[in-house]
Structures are given as C-alpha cells and as structure tokens.
Design a protein. Structure first.
Length: 154
C-alpha cells in the first residue's frame, strides 16, 4: 500500500496520486458526478498523456479537462498521507495533528516523465481503478473531508 493506493508499484501509486488530487480539486459545480464520469476521466487521462512530454505538461492539460482551476494543497497533503489521514482496515481516520501543506513538487521530481506518461497512455484503466478503489474506501469520511475542503479557502 503506497499513499493509500492498493499497489506496491511506486510509479502506479504516483500516477494514481496525480489523478486523485486533480479529481478531488475539480470544480464540482462544473464537473459533476454522472453515469459516464469515469469514462470521461479515462479519456481525459489518455488524451492528456498523448499530448504531453512532461509531468507538469500532463497536469496542465488534465486539470483543464477536469474543470480544475487550481490544485488544492489539502488534497495533496491527504493523498501523501502526511499524518492527517490514517488507514485502519478498510476505513480512513483523520488524525488531529496539523502538518505543513504539501505541493508534491518533490514527488514529481522523483520519476522520469516518460515512465509516468507511458503509464497514463498504456495502463489507464489500472490507474483509474486504483483511484476509484481509494475513493470507495474513503466514502466513510467523505462528507467530512468535503466539508472541511469547502471551509478552507486556500
């Protein structure tokens, strides 16, 4: 389990992390949950990856497609498990310790862009499944997470 994604592959976990953070940061008024939402997200990932050579380039293209005006550092902090979200069995518990905001810049530098972009191109379904699995496990506390995110105007 890496970054609360059910995988031992660092590259897959990082790829899922990017999708997760952008998904959580999207404008939910413009990009609403629908029956074909994950089909659209899969196409957006593939399309963005095909047109990108670097991870920042992918992020820029994918955030536009996801109606994500800005990536919220709160989701990055939770996504990287900075002592704020702990997994206990199949549930997540938010700890009370506050940590510094994390902008994932050091995480992005750890990987070769071509490896991550190729994962997005060739293993899109696997990456999306990792994200969906984590979101499903987080449903227990999702209301609290969303309420806090709305209260934090960063």
């Amino acid at each position: 389990m890496i970054n609360n994604f059910d995988t031992d592959d660092n590259k897959a976990a990082f790829s899922a992390l990017l999708i997760y953070v952008i998904y959580r940061s999207r404008n939910i008024q413009r990009f609403k949950v629908s029956t074909d939402m994950w089909d659209r997200i899969t196409r957006f990932v593939q399309s963005s990856a095909k047109r990108s050579k670097t991870i920042p380039d992918f992020i820029s293209k994918f955030t536009k497609k996801m109606d994500c005006d800005a990536i919220n550092p709160r989701w990055m902090s939770l996504a990287l498990n900075n002592q704020r979200l702990l997994q206990v069995g199949d549930c997540f518990i938010e700890s009370s310790s506050e940590s510094m905001r994390n902008f994932m810049t050091s995480e992005i530098e750890k990987f070769k862009p071509s490896e991550i972009i190729n994962l997005f191109k060739n293993n899109t379904q696997w990456i999306i499944l990792l994200v969906r699995d984590r979101l499903e496990r987080e449903k227990v506390i999702e209301g609290k997470l969303l309420a806090e995110a709305e209260n934090e105007q960063l």
